[in-house]
Design a binder for this molecule. Sequence first.
Ligand SMILES: CC(C)(COP(=O)(O)OP(=O)(O)OC[C@H]1O[C@@H](n2cnc3c(N)ncnc32)[C@H](O)[C@@H]1OP(=O)(O)O)[C@@H](O)C(=O)NCCC(=O)NCCS
Length: 179
Amino acid sequence: MTALSPLPAATVPTPAALSIRLETPDDDAWIEALHEVSFGPGRFARAAFRVRERIAVDPEFSYIAEIKGERAASVRMTPISVGGINGYLLGPLMTDPEFRKQGAGRALVRHVCDLALEREGIAFVLLVGDFAYYSPLGFVRTAPSAITFPGPVDPTRVLVHSPDPHMAETLAGDVLPWV
Ligand SMILES: CC(C)(COP(=O)(O)OP(=O)(O)OC[C@H]1O[C@@H](n2cnc3c(N)ncnc32)[C@H](O)[C@@H]1OP(=O)(O)O)[C@@H](O)C(=O)NCCC(=O)NCCS
């Protein structure tokens, strides 16, 4: 019997290789460059970007994932309310192309959702994104056109994650700052 050949380079980092930490001002330039790579020139027109122009992101919910000590992915959260209910808007979520498909994006989404929903008075995490990516992370579609952003948005991409099973069908109104 021949000896087993070594495994190919791991595509999924071990938990020890992937770590999550708070963003710092030193990350700003890297995040801006990643934003450009991820969303291109149209990034400033996106509905979620327009929310963030009006409401500041929460630095306590801005995280970086590192793989083997190198910056791999970024996520930010903006405190919002919809219909008088407080929650967070997740985004942008971006992984450096060199580090994609290694679990960094999912790890960041899980991390910030868990933290946000533990916080008193926070009932949901909302985002505009691909259902196929976010549905395994507990996001479901909201009622069509029930939530109004400061800019056009594809209603099928407005997704919510909440411990309240009725949140997706009942959440409605403009995206505004916390009440
Ligand atoms: C989306 C993104 C953040 C995923 O980051 P990542 O660190 O590679 O994600 P993960 O490693 O956790 O998950 C990778 C898996 O999701 C899948 N995936 C990635 N983007 C997807 C999408 N838009 N729709 C469905 N599946 C997607 C990958 O194919 C991969 O599948 P596999 O595990 O079967 O190989 C990254 O591709 C990215 O930065 N894209 C550009 C910016 C963007 O679109 N952000 C999301 C905006 S809402």
